[in-house]
Design a protein around this ligand. Structure first.
Ligand SMILES: Nc1ncnc2c1ncn2[C@@H]1O[C@H](COP(=O)(O)OP(=O)(O)OP(=O)(O)O)[C@@H](O)[C@H]1O
Ligand SMILES: [Mg+2]
Length: 467
């Protein structure tokens, strides 16, 4: 491995030798996000500037081959490179220049033989394909063709896993140490299966195929992630395995922007990790606020109050922090018997998980007792209110454990044509009626609930006086 001179405790350095995507979804931009998310220092040698967005590439300007070489050289000589990847190279001249420069150093190289963009534009001139095979593939540690690229490289048609395996072996005979045939475009409706051929053996990496419209940049993130794991010293199979998991998350939490295929989101995992402390702190603060004001006890249902807040992009109840055992009424106040934790509520978590699918900002919720008067106070402070009726729940939904609330939230949203701030239901056999109030932040929402509790208490007092 070619490293700099500063010793082994330095941050690993990775380089991407690729094109710039002005839409920020693929190319250099996706690669840098991926490197940053995986804790390696990302460096770049830009080969081409593309004008593109989520649905088209309208212009390509190549960087002079000697400038591409110079970018690699300056990084290599100063910092050392622990691993690299190539993406869009476009011309034979650039391929030759990159191959020549890379062969001076000895870092592991992932070659993503980018040929065509998701939008259909050519990112490698057809006459440059031979140069890619001849000069670059023999220098590669791992090559990552998608189905069409593997077909172009081998001249074979790939229709099945067996075809993909044969193609991987054939490409491996062109000089790289390992080949991954990516499964994004293979005809497998249920799973996205990648096939690694390495040291004469096949390894299959399978993940469920996501029905996602945010796949712009999957291939770039995948190859950049392999390079990042290699830079950190992982072996090839483990780098490919982890890169696949990483890419699946980047697709799952992709960004719904633009009119075409939205960008993948390589930073999603990092954002979730980073948000954990803030979310827990906010729920802790919400608990303190609710416990400090005696009037909050007037809003407590029999089952107690809970306050919950979700991480960004939550997947299940373990991504939602709440108070296990809830805040129960005791001595004229509400009081928790335990500290907030992730997975602390399944009830409110289900409300939030569904709500966030419709409005990602509404990440906090508090449940309170149902009363018409409380509802009118909530309406009075400008909250949008909707409801669902448990009696209307279809039998097939009722039979599945945990489905009533998601169904109810969808009903409440459909009823008013937008996401409400408050959802209530009037109860059913064995189910206490309930109001759930939503907000962006747990502590802020708790302050609003205190405001509601104060208004409710003073209205009750006035009511009692007038009797
Ligand atoms: N819908 C999907 N669900 C899950 N994984 C997917 C999906 N589409 C692609 N992948 C995975 O993403 C990675 C990239 O594969 P893909 O075949 O999409 O590359 P690509 O065609 O080169 O992408 P790009 O068009 O961005 O260059 C692979 O690990 C593949 O299995
Ligand atoms: Mg690709």
């Amino acid at each position: 491995m070619f490293r700099g001179t500063e010793g082994s405790n330095r941050v690993p350095v990775a380089i991407t030798i690729a094109g710039s995507d002005s839409g920020g979804g693929a190319g250099i931009q996706a690669d840098l996000k991926t490197f940053a998310a995986l804790g390696v220092h990302g460096t770049t040698a830009i080969t081409c500037i593309t004008a593109q967005n989520t649905y088209s590439v309208t212009a390509i300007e190549c960087v002079k081959p000697e400038i591409v070489k110079e970018q690699i050289k300056q990084v290599a000589e100063d910092m050392g490179i622990d691993a690299g990847k190539t993406g869009m190279l476009y011309t034979e001249e650039i391929i030759k220049a990159v191959s020549e420069e890379i062969s001076k150093y000895n870092f592991p190289l992932v070659v993503d033989p980018v040929m065509v963009a998701k939008s259909g534009a050519f990112l490698l001139k057809p006459e440059a394909e031979a140069a890619l095979r001849k000069y670059l593939l023999p220098l590669a540690t791992v090559v990552t063709p998608n189905r069409f690229e593997a077909e172009r490289l081998t001249g074979m048609e790939i229709r099945s896993m067996e075809d993909a395996k044969r193609a991987a072996k054939e490409i491996c005979s062109m000089g790289p140490r390992a080949v991954v045939i990516k499964g994004g475009h293979l005809d497998m409706p249920k799973d996205a299966i990648d096939i690694l051929y390495y040291m004469g053996e096949y390894r299959i990496f399978s993940m469920p195929r996501l029905d996602s419209k945010t796949t712009h940049g999957t291939g770039c993130s995948f190859s950049a992630a392999i390079a990042a794991f290699l830079a950190k010293g992982e072996d090839i199979p483990s780098a490919v395995k982890q890169a696949k998991e990483f890419t699946t998350n980047a697709i799952k939490f992709g960004l719904k922007i633009g009119k075409g295929v939205g960008p993948v989101n390589p930073l999603a995992t990092l954002y979730r990790e980073a948000a954990k402390y803030g979310v827990l702190k906010s729920v802790r603060e919400a608990k303190r606020i609710l416990e400090s004001f005696p009037e909050v006890a007037d809003l407590a249902p029999e089952v107690g109050i809970n306050v919950a807040m979700a991480l960004p992009y939550p997947e299940n109840i373990n991504d939602v922090a709440a108070i296990p055992g809830r805040l129960m009424r005791a001595f004229g106040r509400v009081k928790a018997s335990s500290s907030p934790d992730f997975g602390g509520s399944s009830h409110l978590a289900r409300y939030l998980l569904e709500m966030i699918r419709h409005d990602p900002r509404k990440r906090a919720a508090i449940n309170i007792r149902f009363s018409e008067e409380i509802l009118s106070i909530l309406r009075g402070i400008g909250m949008k209110i909707s409801f669902f009726d448990r009696k209307e729940e279809p039998a097939d939904v009722k039979h599945i454990e945990g489905m009533t609330i998601p169904w109810g939230v969808k009903q409440a949203i459909a009823r008013i044509g937008e996401t409400p701030d408050v959802i209530y239901h009037m109860g059913d056999f064995g189910k206490e009626p309930m109001i759930v109030v939503f907000g962006e932040d747990a502590a802020e929402l708790a302050r609003r609930i205190v405001e509601v509790a104060s208004k409710y208490r003073s209205s009750q007092r006035k009511g009692n006086c007038s009797i």
